[in-house]
Design a binder for this molecule. Structure first.
Ligand code: MTE
Ligand code: MO
Length: 409
């Protein structure tokens, strides 16, 4: 790879970015960089008061869950098909590193490459490759996890997301396939494992290293993007600046942020993110768990706060969104009486795969008292949200219809 100058996006902001030790290592030499663990992340404290996340997290937009911030589903109301970056959920295993682009470098390495088995790309080199743009949702595998407990009485382990660990963005970057070809991927390659530059993740006292998740070559060469822009702006720090993976329709963990290196292997790869996490364990699955998770599932949400209050006798305009990883959403039905009767919602977007469809339904509640609002999506692959979701111990892939409790008075 030849060196290139870097036409960085928004250099004024980048000029203020502090350099991290690990980036000095990257600049200093390949061997050091390859094996260096990320140093302690620059302490990022948002005005919302959460260590580890850089952007403001006002309580009307976000609910803090440990090191993560969930978008309040009520904050989707009034937004378009794209989720503005300032209200996009953040899922951090540790904390957001503030990286610079000028000393960032991507290393592609491993037994699945020919020749020197290694290639480096500067940010400028990546930016000089043909760009691709794609709208896709990004959703945590555990989105909706809380409903295993609150709706099905099945406690599960993990961040108790409601339905706000999702957003849709327009991603711009380069095809991972282009980068892998330039790096000399051979037909012996079977797995590709991107890894982040954030801190090591420690769980139960065990250091699991930096977040990394293998992708089969077929997925990597198909539709995966190395993104440097989100909704027409450079990626925000919290969403992976300067470069992240976007693996459309797959569980969020496949979209590694703050990309550091990619191992390309001629033998199958694994990581704790495919052995310990992101598999289904539980009574419905074999002892070693399911195969590692790939695609997301199907969901719907109202754009309402939990416990929202409605006046009886008046017409209320209910809005929401539905999405599926298996195809476009082609039908949404709504029930305002706890699931006894259903009627079609009005779809307000042309359905597209890997995105959501906004919908609406009018409701005139008659009597004061508690009520339950339900929404149920069907996609073009024929999947409809079931009344209950099959339990797994870590609460992944919740797909059941959610009963949204409100009050009429
Ligand atoms: N390097 C790195 N990449 C990561 C993570 C992380 O903690 N570190 N979290 C993953 C998970 S579990 C999810 S759901 C998505 C969240 O992306 P977002 O924070 O941009 O919404 O990033 C994924 N990529
Ligand atoms: Mo996630």
């Amino acid at each position: 790879m030849s060196t290139a100058t870097t036409p960085g996006p928004d250099r004024s902001r980048l000029g203020q970015v502090g350099r991290r030790d690990v980036l000095k290592l990257l600049a200093a030499g390949p061997a050091a960089a390859q094996w260096a663990a990320a140093g302690p992340a620059a302490a990022a404290v948002s005005p919302g008061g959460v260590p580890g996340i850089v952007k403001p997290l006002p309580p009307e937009l976000f609910t803090i869950r440990g090191t993560n911030a969930e978008t309040n589903v009520s904050a989707f109301a009034g937004t378009g098909r794209l989720t503005p970056a300032d209200r996009f959920f953040v899922r951090n295993h540790t904390s957001t590193p503030r990286l610079g682009e000028s000393d960032w470098k991507l290393t592609v390495w491993g037994s699945g490459l020919g020749g020197g088995r290694r290639a480096d790309f500067t940010y400028g080199q990546l930016r000089s490759l043909p760009p691709v743009t794609r709208t896709a949702f990004l959703e945590c595998a555990g989105n909706g996890r809380n409903y295993f407990d609150t709706q099905q009485g099945q406690p599960v382990i993990g961040t108790p997301w409601t339905l706000g660990a999702i957003g849709v963005a327009r991603w711009r970057g380069v095809r991972l396939a282009d980068v892998l070809r330039l790096a000399g991927i051979t037909d012996r390659a079977v797995d590709v494992m991107p890894r982040g530059l954030d801190d090591d993740f420690v769980a139960g006292g065990v250091n699991l290293g930096r977040p990394r998740k293998p992708l089969p070559v077929a997925k990597a060469m198909n539709d995966v993007i190395l993104a440097y822009e989100m909704n027409g702006e450079p990626l925000p720090y919290d969403h992976g600046f300067p470069v992240r993976v976007v693996a459309p329709s797959w569980v969020g963990i496949a979209s590694v942020k703050w990309l550091a290196d990619i191992e390309v292997s001629d033998t199958p790869l694994s990581s704790p993110w495919t052995t310990q996490f992101y598999r289904l364990f539980g009574e419905a699955y074999p002892p070693e768990g399911s195969v590692p998770l790939t695609r997301q599932t199907i969901k719907s949400t109202f754009e309402l706060a939990e416990g929202a209050v409605f006046e009886a006798g008046r017409i209320h305009h209910l809005t929401g969104r539905s999405w599926s990883a298996a195809g476009a959403v082609r039908r949404v039905e709504v029930s305002t009486d706890g699931g006894a009767h259903w009627r079609p919602a009005k779809l307000r977007d042309t359905p597209h795969r890997d995105s959501w469809v906004r919908w609406s339904a009018d409701w005139r509640p008659r009597h004061a008292g508690p009520a339950e609002l339900l929404a149920r999506a069907t996609d073009t692959a024929g999947n409809t949200q079931p009344p209950t979701s099959v339990h797994n111990t870590q609460g992944y892939l919740f797909d059941a219809v959610v009963r949204h409790r409100v009050t009429v008075r």
